[in-house]
Design a protein around this ligand. Sequence first.
Ligand SMILES: [Fe+2]
Ligand SMILES: [Fe+2]
Length: 187
Amino acid sequence: MKSGSIFAFSPRFLNREYRLVGVMISQKMLDALNGQVAAELFSSNLYLSMAAFFDAADLRGFSHWMQIQAHEELAHALKIFEHVLDRSGRAKVGAIAEPPFSWESPLTAMEAAYLHEVKVTGLINDLVALAVAEKDNATFNMLQWFVAEQVEEEKQADEIVKKLKLVGDKDVGLIVIDEELARRGSK
Ligand SMILES: [Fe+2]
Ligand SMILES: [Fe+2]
């Protein structure tokens, strides 16, 4: 119970499960947002797994890029989690499936990352549609950040896929891309 709440000293409201869900945020919207928190956490684990895969292939730049990506996905999960708390919703951390361990090649891994982002864009679009249906403007507004973010996410992964396709199986090209990706996050 937040201090300063008008219910702070009312025994009836001491049970934390007794939140004013439905007034602040609909159950449908709440379930969907909790689901998205799990989806973002899965994304984070997926990219961590890819970071390990690239490191094992001695592609440290790719691994670095994926580790930053994993951090970003965790931040996405927390952004939605915090929105749920801000709206006095009851956040629930759901099960997260184990991500794949290995990929056929750097190209297949990056293609999987790109396709994963396309899938996440679909999930965000579904959430936006639900926010509209539920007349939940606050959630709609919060989600607009994710709509813009997904454009970037798809673009970044797609650019790396295209570069990998250009260099084909030439190791020298792979090394050049690896060095470029190693610079992610540095000025
Ligand atoms: Fe994300
Ligand atoms: Fe993402």
